[in-house]
Design a protein around this ligand. Structure first.
Ligand code: PCA
Length: 210
């Protein structure tokens, strides 16, 4: 039996977002963790922003039994990194996906619960802030692909968390002391998110000692 891995997901472009910074960030985290994090290997998956990607790509990736799943998406109007505490069993028929399709139904899963909650959001918020990122808690991941993917991933028993990032960089930086200021600011967010991955893996190991 494998001990699992950290699955880090980002999204590709979608209408109104020709370049998705969540893809860049997921790849940066992948590079930082290329030799493993907390003894676990890391896998990066960039999902097309399309409803079909959930059964075709996310579901098979979850079937590989990751030890933890860290998901990243962009929120067009966010000024801060948002730690998403839950996903709802809802979608919207207002916004077509990257393939021009709308979801078939307003409920994501006919037999699923109204919402699914993350167990690790509070700790992740603390870790991000400690790394110099002005993150805020959120209970609304939207009604689009991020919420839909998160809702599916939260059906797994391992730690799962979704981070929404702002499209532009400056907003996520905290007002920080001189020591942190000396660091390369563009490295702050990838390092902080890698730190969240680490704490998820530690939590996974505690839940499920090998
Ligand atoms: N953001 C969108 C989908 C893909 C992404 O990066 C969302 O918030 O649903």
């Amino acid at each position: 039996m494998t001990r699992g891995h950290l699955l880090v997901t980002g999204f590709g472009p979608f209408p109104g977002m020709p370049r998705n910074p969540s893809e860049t960030l997921a790849r940066q985290v992948g590079r930082i963790g290329r030799h493993g994090i907390a003894g676990f290997p890391l896998r990066t998956l960039i999902l097309p922003t399309a409803y079909a990607a959930i059964p075709e790509m996310l579901k098979p990736a979850l079937a590989e039994r990751p030890a933890a799943v860290l998901m990243i998406g962009v929120a067009g109007r966010a000024k801060r990194v948002r730690v998403e505490a839950r996903a709802v069993n809802r979608t919207s028929r207002l916004f077509p996906d990257a393939s021009g399709r709308m979801p078939a139904k307003l409920r994501l899963d006919r037999d699923g619960p109204a919402q699914r909650r993350a167990t690790i959001a509070d700790r992740a918020l603390v870790a991000l802030r400690r790394h110099g990122v002005a993150a805020i808690p959120s209970a609304n991941a939207g009604r689009y692909l991020c919420n839909a993917s998160y809702f599916r991933a939260l059906a797994e028993t391992c730690p799962v968390l979704f981070l929404h990032i702002p499209p532009a960089k400056p907003g996520w930086r905290r007002r920080i002391g001189p020591a942190l200021k000396q660091r390369d600011p563009s490295a702050t967010l990838p390092r902080a998110v890698t730190g969240v991955g680490r704490l998820m893996l530690v939590a996974a190991r505690r839940r499920n000692p090998a």
